[in-house]
Design a binder for this molecule. Structure first.
Ligand code: ARG
Length: 273
């Protein structure tokens, strides 16, 4: 199948595509406030210089995080197609060092993608897609030039306590129902994991953390992007309820602290071959 179509279909299924030429109507279920980030603010890339945009054919579709000069961390579902196959590296580009998703900074080709072995993505009828071990690493084809707009972020050593204020960012849908061209970020609170698993009907709490705040949330198109606590990476945007910003149903993030070792080991392997 034509590769762009594959990405489109994949992201539509995941509810995660943005800016693709066929428009959001195709990608999102209709509804008044479905699939929209709420409460975010425009944020310059200098404030979040580890944020990147994953793009296909020039269109932003997922976020990512700079781990080192040649490795990007993202969500596994951001690098899979509808047939659960890992995307060809040729169809994914990474824009770094820009507050705007459609210009500025530099666009770098992907050399290789590694996905967590235990990654599973599942969709039950009439429910939002869910994942486990939703994490992947991208090896860039050329090393990043670090500077004020391009920086790696250290991984956190411990999960922040319930209630801690964390920040999430990206070019995902906003409360107006549009995919913003300017990077946004929002502060949310860590939510008790057991409670989050119950309300989101998640079977396993493994490698997950949750965060929510009234009318503030990540949303579709933010996947793969950073959840940070005191400028350290604690989570990767993974999935959430149909309605973004509903505080009774927190957003779900891949737990970077639990997967620290996996990230370090796989990043070393990836960058050495
Ligand atoms: N899977 C979505 C994406 O690709 C992330 C959804 C987050 N939703 C939420 N309510 N926090 O962008």
């Amino acid at each position: 199948m034509f590769p762009t179509l594959l990405v489109l279909i994949s992201m539509a299924t995941l509810g995660c595509a943005l800016h693709f030429p066929i428009g959001p109507e195709f990608l999102l279920k209709k509804g008044p406030i479905n699939n929209r980030i709420v409460g975010g603010e425009d944020t310059p890339i200098e404030t979040i210089p580890w944020q990147v945009s994953l793009q296909s054919q020039g269109w932003h579709y997922c976020g990512g995080v700079i781990y080192s000069k040649n490795i990007i961390i993202t969500a596994a579902h951001c690098v899979h197609n509808n047939d659960s196959k890992i995307l060809d590296s040729e169809i994914v580009d990474v824009r770094v060092g820009s507050s705007t998703s459609d210009n500025g900074g530099s666009v770098i080709k992907v050399a290789k993608i590694t996905v967590h072995d235990h990654y599973i993505h599942y969709v039950y009828k009439n429910d939002t897609p869910k994942s486990q071990y939703d994490i992947a690493l991208i090896l860039l084809s050329s090393p990043l030039e670090m500077g004020p707009t391009v920086k790696a972020i250290p991984l956190a050593e411990s999960v922040p306590n319930d209630g801690a204020v964390v920040r999430v960012s990206g070019w995902g849908y906003t409360e107006t129902g549009e995919a913003p061209l300017h990077l946004k970020s929002v502060y949310v609170n860590i939510v008790n994991l057991e409670k989050c698993a119950r309300v989101n009907k998640i079977e396993s709490t493994k490698a997950k953390i949750c965060a929510a705040s009234p009318r503030k949330d990540s949303c579709n198109g933010d996947s793969g992007g950073p959840l940070t606590y005191r400028s350290k990476l604690v989570g990767i945007v993974s999935f959430g309820p149909e309605i973004c910003g509903d505080p009774s149903q927190p957003g779900v993030y891949t737990d970077v602290v639990e997967l620290r070792q996996w990230i370090d080991v796989e990043a070393t392997k990836l960058s050495s071959n």
